[in-house]
Design a protein around this ligand. Structure first.
Ligand code: SAM
Ligand code: SF4
Length: 555
């Protein structure tokens, strides 16, 4: 295929927030090179799937699309098909043998090389396979030294061209209308090696970005009108940057590998680093709060129970614009299963953390993740998980059936011995239990006024899956319902006033009186007598429309 004119790209994202952010960076990178984007895969010159490998189901979704493109190609369609992200990294070149319709592969650690791969694939179909593949492979754990300066991904993050008209990333509400939320990566990769998880293999070793770069990125986003920033890392509380050891040629600090669990005391605080100055996660939060005063909301995911110090909780308590929301996956309530998972904490330690968090932040909202049917899980183990859900009173839980992942320790050493129907039943039982808990947690908000960050018009007869429970509210005929989230991440819907237009509210934080609640949604009424003025007061930012080109599919 010769390289002429503007090439169009269709990009679809599967998986987690990290993938959403990667897709945003890919889009910025390709747009700067003159590519345009289309929401229609059939009309694109280049189809890119940003893939997830955390569960088999996520992989199957992508592979069925790959199969369909194979049929189109056999019928004569001239399209470049690229797989980027975790599936590409995990399966590697075996994918090219299995699916010859795939033209290029790019792992999440090599995204800066994607334009070159696309260019090669567009120029000629005869380019060697080696020139259409960029994978970290066994180099993914190469960063054994403190400095990770050779990490070109940092350049990709730094060169981020956030387009306030392009919708950015983050948030998940509404129907693709304007949004003013963004993700900012603080840590890449993971060093924990939970026995079920592919992430350390697909995303490599834990690398921490320099705090100055993170603060600068947050400031730029807020100056561009972003209302809410979510900091991203697999275990954000393990963020720890040691100053003065990893410098780039221009004298600026560069990313560095994570220090490992021994850098934290049992109570969660970081140990001294041979007298060197460090920036902890608590310091980082405090800096962003102080140095980016125009930012309305700061949140972060994902937390790791172990090493979550009171210093972080105190910063959350003392900084009003940091959301009192913690996503702290527990995975299981059984100590035996937690040990087999290599999680590094007991259920008692998890509960101790929750108590500590609620002592310091009585109104904190807590979400979690649970895996059912992990190898050897008995009814007794499962019962302990159910008990723990009742104790913690999560606002919601993402409940997953264990999915054996090639390359992980569990895949190698622990037969997947819980039958599928038992996994399904335990999954359904926990969903039902959690639905009751969520309903009670949401009901506590009735009668209160909550601050809602308006994400968009709520989907028609919305049936957005959350933890695989259907939300199931119906939009009353003739009325427009808006959808957003509270600081505690509770989805809230309310009617647009008769004289209002969605874009007058989208991207703003507005007061909503909660009238009733279901297990997953608060229903309310806009408190303000009038719609916010077009000119923003200091506390409110106006959103601009999203192009809605990157399609998100969260599994
Ligand atoms: N770093 C986060 C943590 O430590 O909790 C989680 C990141 S992981 C990408 C997201 C969630 O996927 C996990 O919390 C876990 O519940 C689920 N998950 C990961 N591997 C899985 C597997 N093999 N089978 C089922 N669920 C899995
Ligand atoms: Fe996976 Fe465990 Fe790392 Fe989370 S902490 S990304 S579950 S290995």
């Amino acid at each position: 295929m010769p390289v002429t004119g503007t090439r169009t790209v269709y990009l679809q994202t599967f998986g987690c927030q990290m993938n959403e952010l990667d897709s945003e960076l890919v889009r910025g990178q390709l747009a700067a090179l003159g590519y345009s984007f289309t929401p229609d895969a059939d009309a694109a010159d280049v189809v890119l799937y940003n893939t997830c490998s955390v569960r088999e189901q996520a992989e199957n979704k992508v592979l069925s699309r790959v199969g369909k493109i194979g049929i189109r190609k056999r019928e004569g369609a001239r399209v470049v098909l690229g797989l980027i992200g975790c599936l590409a990294e995990r399966e590697g070149t075996a994918l090219l043998r299995r699916f010859p319709q795939i033209d290029l592969l790019c792992g999440p650690g090599e995204l800066d090389r994607l334009p070159m791969l696309i260019d090669n694939a567009l120029k000629t179909e005869t380019v060697e396979a080696a020139d259409r593949v960029a994978l970290a492979g066994n180099r993914s754990r190469r960063t054994a030294t403190l400095a990770a300066a050779a990490d070109n991904l940092e350049l990709l993050d730094l060169s981020r061209a956030f387009d306030p008209d392009g919708g950015g990333s983050g948030g998940s509400g509404g129907t693709g209308g304007p949004r003013r939320s963004a993700y900012v990566r603080i840590t890449r990769g993971c060093n924990k090696f939970c026995t079920y998880c592919v992430v350390p293999f697909t995303r490599g070793a834990e690398v921490h970005r320099p705090p100055d770069a993170i603060v600068l990125e947050c400031r730029r986003l807020a100056d561009g009108g972003v209302v809410e920033i979510t900091l991203l890392g697999q275990t954000v509380n393990h963020y720890l940057y040691t100053h003065g050891v990893a410098m780039g040629v221009n004298g600026q600090e560069v990313p560095q590998v994570g220090p490992g669990g021994s850098a934290f005391t049992r109570s969660g605080g970081p140990r001294g680093a041979n007298g060197r100055r460090v920036t902890t996660f608590a310091d980082l939060l405090g800096r962003i709060h102080e140095e980016v005063p125009s930012l309305q909301r700061l949140r972060f995911v994902t937390c790791y129970t172990r090493d979550f110090g009171d210093d972080i909780l105190r910063v959350m308590r003392d900084c009003p614009r940091i959301c009192r929301y913690l996503h702290v996956p527990v995975q299981s309530g059984s100590d035996r299963i937690l040990r087999l998972m290599n999680r590094g904490y007991t259920s008692g330690e998890y509960l101790e953390f929750i108590d500590r968090a609620r002592d310091l932040l009585p109104d904190v909202s807590i979400a979690g993740d649970v895996i059912v049917g992990f190898p050897t899980e008995t009814e007794h183990d499962f019962g302990q998980t159910a008990d723990l859900l009742g104790r913690v009173r999560f606002k919601n839980n993402f409940i997953f059936k264990y999915s054996p992942r090639p390359g992980t320790t569990a895949w190698d050493r622990l037969p997947d011995d819980v039958p599928t129907d038992v996994k399904r039943r335990r999954n359904n039982d926990l969903l039902a239990l959690q639905a009751g808990i969520s309903a009670a947690v949401h009901a506590e908000q009735v009668g209160r006024t909550v601050e809602v960050f308006v994400e968009g018009v709520s989907r028609k007869g919305a049936s957005r899956a959350a933890g695989r429970v259907e939300l199931g509210w119906e939009r009353p005929r003739g009325r427009i319902q808006m959808s957003g989230r509270t600081a505690g991440d509770l989805i809230t819907v309310f009617d647009l006033p008769q004289d209002g237009k969605p874009e007058m509210l989208q991207g703003r934080i507005v007061p909503v009186r909660v009238l009733r609640a279901s297990a997953l949604v608060l229903f309310g009424r806009l408190e303000a007598a009038t719609l916010p003025p077009a000119k923003q007061p200091a506390a409110v930012h106006r959103a601009r429309p999203s192009s809605g080109i990157t399609q998100l599919e969260i599994s």
